[in-house]
Design a protein around this ligand. Sequence first.
Ligand code: ADP
Ligand code: SF4
Length: 677
Amino acid sequence: MPRDPRYDILFEPIKIGPVTAPNRFYQVPHCSGMGQRMPQSLAAMRAMKAEGGWGVVNTEYCSIHPSSDDGGYPYASLWDEADVRAQARMVEAVHNHGALAGAELWHGGSYVSNLGSRLPTIGTESRPSDGSRGNPVQSRAMDKQDIAALRGWHKAAAKRALAAGFDIVYVYGAHGYLVSEFLSPTLNRRSDAYGGSLENRLRLLRELIEETKEAVGDRAAVAVRYALSSEDAQEGFARLAELPDLWDLTVDDYGIEMGGSRFVREAALEETLAVAKTITTKPVVAVGRFTSPDTMVRQIKRGVLDMIGAARPSIADPFLPAKIRDGRPEDIRECIGCNICYAHNSLGVPNRCTQNPTMGEEWRRGWHPETIATKASEDPVLIVGGGPAGLEAARALGQRGHSVTLAEADTALGGRVTLESALPGLAEWARVRDWRIGQLQQMANVEIYLDSALTAEQIVDFGFPHVALATGARWRRDGIGRWRETPFDGWEHDRVVSPDELMAGRAPEGSVLLYDDDHYYMGPVLALHLRALGRPVTLVTAKGRAGTWSGVTNELEATNRALIEAGVELITNHALEAFDGTAAHLSCVFTDRTIERPADAVVPITARRPRDDLYHDLMRNPDNGLKSVTRIGDCEAPGLIASAVYSGHRYAQELGPAGPVPQAARREQILLEENPA
Ligand code: ADP
Ligand code: SF4
């Protein structure tokens, strides 16, 4: 299909200092969970974006010196020649597809803890490391010599970036890291030439821009990441407006910049950043979880941005630009804003993605987001259950060319995604279902039957050689989970309501006590759902805060704010012991103390049971005549929606003539010969 001429503007090349980007699609620096430890995975992942049409592809935060060590969080580095070789892999892979490669040089300052390098951290003054990391570490106040050393490290790293072949080199002036400490009117209390007045606070950034320009000459552009959130920051921006070759603008609050879709909409930075292009003539890029080409075009036409920045949309669909270019924007696999990608970086492992199961598997398993090996046999496949696992298995098997039949018990597809996306703030999550349905509708070899609850006998009678059971899981009612090993007293009471019943529309009357031992979004979201229905709600959690796991998705603050603002009573550090129909009995998780709370109903959100009866029924029958029976998704092991999609995809990737065969996954190993004693 020819592309819609309305989108032509997105494909105009643009000059960035001495280099030219082929189009307006700019993968901003984003963490990958791979960093310095996984150069091959990293190169393959970044290359995929270049192949998919991103005109600029950047590294993640790339440390210039061991005094900037975010140990525990995988970061990149350009400390030495070995790093140059590792980074050169990415650069080469990105260049092979005609894109520019950028390196985000970074010093963490007081924000980091240097747990790995064991060097003291450095900053404007002696400050504790960032609170969310919670490490009992404080930095050393930088003196003149330290500032001179820092400038030297930055310049040397810029030269190494050039040696690795990068086309764009960053000075990182945002996100609480070292340079932004200097910029800050509240954090920078220095009385020397680097503190006090705005000009003094700008000094370090100005020097780093100038020295980076000197280091890279006319071989690379110099970009600056900068937060434009305050009047002071705007004035600083105005003073440096023409100094770098590109501005990568953001706001101070990560929770907004990369906010989950539960709390933050597409193009959320527009209002704050709109002023930038009235101040600078240099190209401006910013993120906004852009997935709609119309929104992208509007950003450029309204003069807000010159380039469309993306981290998450480029993870969910590395081929987003190519799909717009080729006139098929409806095929874009839109990011749902769940922040599961970021969560895995926070957990110290490669990013994964709810929408894109191939993310992080480009090198390890050789998976590609757009193509897949042709089927290994002519065998047709039956998939039972049309939730995220079943839909993804059907889609990927259909793409392999298998004849696929999908049977869904319900009258609608989507399983848990359909139920959950009706809850407060989760509407965008329906994209997991909708994108897959859209793809399946284009496949003549996939048939879908709704309202078709299958039994084991029917499955055997149908005679499909391969059966995938994607029948999901159900929430437990008995309170067993992480904290409780036995059911709570009174769990069989008819005023104990499971999350499944609640989502099916059976909200109890009166006051409701939610007992959350799941610690992610489900408890808080159900609490908000019940508040919206006007019920008095108490949320009890055995942890110290509601929805603690949302800390890794960067939604913890917004989650707790929403609960407090909605009038949900929060009881932390308590577990549910008993419910008698009028009151719940709670125990302190640290002491023997107990408390009582009146409640007309209790909703335990603790754990799920796989719905695997069909599997056991089929396996009990040795004459079932099936070549393979495989549980996928929550039916195998309840988990994230991302895990269900991945499981369905892996099944489709691995299905051979006799059934699924586990694929070998390559490992990045450090070769001892390279590290002589
Ligand atoms: P997952 O996250 O693993 O995809 P879900 O719970 O989202 O799991 O989806 C499971 C789907 O399977 C639901 O839509 C459910 O209606 C369907 N299902 C469960 N049992 C059967 C069955 N016996 N026959 C057909 N569909 C079923
Ligand atoms: Fe978007 Fe979620 Fe994928 Fe991250 S994990 S890119 S937020 S869909």
